[in-house]
Design a protein around this ligand. Structure first.
Ligand code: SAH
Length: 406
């Protein structure tokens, strides 16, 4: 058993506390809207047409550069106009209900979204970058057999505010907003990279993911480069080309198997779009270049997909695709039948790929003691809630640190 809570405090929620549930305002939320949707909202509250461009610019800065949620504090607009904004519109992000911090500093958040459902977001700090792994759906339809989220049914797609709002809420927690316009910018961003590798299949929620990605990349706001945003897909082939053309960020593919027979079992979407169809779509990915290599994610499952032959077959698929392979040591979860390949096996597998001229980094498992893989915090919370409800002698105190077995 490991005590998951470090002594660091969270800016918004004392560690171990479960937040009280306050409903989100019913007024239209400006977070996640495109500039033209924002203009429509401002027109509706009587903003003169000739002022729209300026107002949107001001609001964009307040919301996405300074992290402001209070219209009344926006002191470059007349007080009466601020009051009108405050009574008609809102600025809100998902609310933090639970957070765990691993010994290595990985932060796992459970956020409550619009209708009370919960989603996960994970922040992974490293020396040269800080990566935020965000969710695109509540649950998932894919049923990948080794994935914990696969054990949770799909509830719904996330709205764009709930996607962008994950980053905004994490910036609150990390205290990473530019509070004053004149203040020097940090040399290095705390959240420098975003990966859509949390719960859900981003290409099954295309419109909202595209909208959110555009906001994340907007140069007058959060301003992340498209090279620092990665969409990971299990292989929704017809949407891959569109993602390249309409979003243009980096692409990762959850590949995981080198025969259709095995991939059908591990990643069942393969029954719809098999390996040959997937590879064809990747060759056509619009922004293909060496700088934008497609990441082939490959989870290492002991005696399932980790043989030398698998490694060689994988390499044979890559010859005309600018690609790199990311080997992911399997992150185990309670009740699953798979095991992680040994360190020696993973390293031998990586060597074969590397010797064929491809980069094949092995992803360092992070935050294992907080079940940092897809869907795991949510599931453990649901389980705890169920156990709490079913136990008549339950003495669990919501304020107490929670211990989860490794
Ligand atoms: N649906 C998308 C994104 C979510 S999963 C996709 O399939 O790409 C993000 C990555 O984590 C995927 O590569 C997924 O296969 C992998 N993954 C899921 N569960 C895992 C686990 N228990 N251990 C290691 N990797 C896992």
């Amino acid at each position: 058993m490991t005590n998951l809570y470090s002594t660091t405090t969270c800016a918004r929620l004392p560690l171990g506390k479960v937040a009280a549930i306050t409903p989100f305002p019913a007024r239209p939320n400006l977070v996640g809207m495109t500039r033209s949707e924002l203009e429509t909202q401002l027109l509706a509250i009587g903003t003169p047409e000739h002022m729209l461009h300026l107002r949107v610019k001001q609001l964009w800065r307040w919301i996405y550069v300074r992290g402001c949620r209070d219209f009344l504090a926006m002191d470059d607009m007349a007080r009466s106009y601020r009051q009108k904004l405050a009574t008609s519109l809102s600025i809100h992000v998902p609310s933090l209900t639970k957070m765990q911090i691993s010994a290595g500093g990985t932060r796992k958040y459970l956020f409550r979204v619009g209708d009370g459902h919960e989603i996960e977001t994970v922040y992974i700090p490293e020396t040269d970058r800080g990566t935020l792994c965000i969710s695109s759906q509540v649950g998932c339809t894919l049923n990948c057999s080794f994935c914990y989220t696969g054990t949770q049914a799909l509830v719904r797609n996330l709205h764009s505010w709930e996607i962008v709002g994950q980053l905004m809420a994490v910036r609150d927690d990390l205290d990473e907003w530019q509070a004053n316009p004149g203040a020097p910018k940090r040399e290095q961003r705390l959240v420098s990279n975003i990966v859509f590798m949390g719960m859900g299949e981003p290409l099954y929620n295309f419109e909202n993911v595209r909208k959110a990605a555009k906001i994340l990349m907007d140069g007058e706001g959060i301003s992340l480069s498209r090279r620092r945003i990665t969409i990971s897909t299990a292989g929704v082939v017809p949407r891959i080309k569109r993602a390249g053309a309409e979003i243009g960020c980096r692409l990762a593919i959850s590949f995981h198997a080198t025969t259709d027979e095995l991939r059908n079992r591990l990643v069942p979407i393969n029954r719809k779009w098999n390996i040959a169809m997937l590879l064809r779509a990747l060759r056509d990915y619009p922004s293909l270049s060496n700088a934008d290599r497609i990441i082939f994610e490959y989870v290492m499952l002991k005696d399932v997909n980790d043989s030398d032959e698998d490694a060689r077959r994988l390499v044979s698929f890559l010859h005309d695709i600018p690609a790199k392979v990311n080997l992911i040591p399997f992150n185990s979860w309670p009740g699953c039948d798979y095991k992680r390949s040994s360190a020696e096996r993973i390293s031998r597998f990586a060597d074969i790929i590397y010797q064929s001229g491809y980069s094949a980094p092995i992803r360092t498992p992070r935050g294992e003691e907080i079940l940092a893989a897809c869907g795991q915090l949510k599931s453990s919370t649901l389980r705890q809630q169920r156990e709490r409800l079913s136990s008549s002698r339950d003495t669990t105190c919501p304020d107490a640190p929670i211990h989860i077995a490794n």
